[in-house]
Design a protein around this ligand. Structure first.
Ligand SMILES: Nc1ncnc2c1ncn2[C@@H]1O[C@H](COP(=O)(O)OP(=O)(O)OP(=O)(O)O)[C@@H](O)[C@H]1O
Ligand SMILES: [Mg+2]
Length: 356
């Protein structure tokens, strides 16, 4: 492994990164499930949301405000569009960072039609004044528009038509409680099970007119980190390989061979993830080692290691963040096919922490 190769890895460039690039966005639009029936997995969320929407429809009312939280690529934007479709309502899409001034929000709110769905992506990144305006709009369907400046400024109350706010956030913990409390329904999206991702892959393959067998879909699903966006992206790369190197049909062998070309291993780790693990195991005996030291060893920024590689490694139980530093778990040694060094004296970090 040449550590220098990994220096310009950003979340967007990674095949397994959870955020969407431009190519993704175009394909994602085509692959988005259009109604709750097409939406795969997230059984609880689907069942609850179905009740909320049905009840609102039966009452002829506007649906309650909905907060969707969960990691990137799990289907928040997709669900917001489904909510609008299920309510037969138009949808307006904006995001927290796009609303810097309360006036931006007032302009959007005052132009909503009755029953319209306002999708506010990255709602945790809204400015404070806009957030406060949103409180009142959500609760009373009213905003105060400030006209003029200084002592002569007056607040003109403006009635809004009832609307449904759908907020999405990857960081629910960052939302101020008064905002969180104003949502009538909060859905937390979980990572998907391999069997669910296999269905996602099958569905997408169908839409993309790609032939794939059950094992091929399972192979892609198993490497997709519980994330439909990644499953769809890996499917596209495997399709390329199958077209060029085989007869276009995706089998387990083709999927595995293709993904090894793209350096996505059997568990979904990519080159950066493996570089971090290898450094931790081979250079630091499994840790504990400080984040900065580990980052230097793989030639990456601290933030890249911490935000791009570690969350998945931690989730997979391959790495632990401890007060003394980063530590590899026994599963990490096994995954890279290495043997953990034997304890000397009081034992090494692994044995203290995991009793292995
Ligand atoms: N339950 C699902 N069934 C089928 N496909 C899904 C599902 N959830 C997501 N997808 C697919 O994954 C892609 C990414 O989903 P989406 O854009 O909704 O994620 P997101 O949660 O909004 O991500 P981000 O936080 O990055 O905005 C979509 O193109 C969609 O096709
Ligand atoms: Mg989204």
């Amino acid at each position: 492994m040449n550590w220098d190769d990994t220096t310009d890895t950003s979340a967007e460039e990674r095949l397994v990164g959870a955020s969407a690039d431009r190519e993704d966005q175009a394909v994602e639009a085509a692959l988005r499930p259009k109604d709750l029936g097409e939406f795969i997995g997230q059984e609880k969320v689907r069942e609850q949301l179905d009740l909320v929407l049905r009840a609102a429809r039966a009452r002829g009312a506007t649906a309650d405000h909905v907060l969707l939280s969960g990691a990137p690529g799990l289907g928040k934007t997709t669900l917001s569009m489904i909510i609008a479709a299920e309510m037969g309502a138009p949808i307006r899409i904006t995001s927290g960072p796009a609303i810097q001034h309360a006036g931006d929000l007032a302009a959007i709110l005052s132009s909503l039609q009755e029953g319209e769905v306002l999708f506010l992506d990255e709602i945790h990144r809204m400015s404070r004044p806009a957030e406060e305006m949103l409180y009142m709009a959500m609760e009373d369907f009213r905003v105060d528009v400030i006209v003029g400046k200084g002592p002569g400024a007056t607040a003109i109350p403006l009635e809004l038509p009832p609307f449904t706010l759908v907020g999405a956030t990857t960081r629910a913990g960052l939302l101020p409680p008064p905002l969180r409390d104003r949502f009538g329904f909060t859905a937390h999206m979980e990572f998907y099970e391999p069997a669910e991702l296999q269905r996602v892959v099958h569905r997408s393959a169908n839409l993309l007119d790609v032939e794939i067998d059950a094992d091929g879909a399972a192979e892609i699903a198993g490497r997709s980190r519980g994330t439909p966006r990644i499953a769809n992206r890996l499917l596209r790369r495997v399709r390329d390989y199958a077209q060029v190197k085989a007869d276009g049909v995706i089998t387990r062998e083709i999927a595995a061979a293709a993904l090894s070309v793209y350096e996505v291993d059997a568990r979904g780790l990519d080159r950066l993830d493996r570089a971090v693990l290898e450094a931790l195991l081979k250079l630091f005996g499994g840790g504990p080692v400080g984040l900065s030291t580990l980052a230097v060893a793989v030639g990456e920024e601290r933030e890249t290691v911490e935000e791009v590689a570690e969350p998945f490694l931690v989730r997979e139980g391959l790495l632990a963040r401890t007060p003394r530093g980063r530590v590899a778990t026994p599963a990490a040694w096994a995954h890279l096919g290495l043997t953990a060094p034997r304890a000397q004296g009081g034992g090494n970090g692994q044995q203290d922490l995991f009793g292995a």
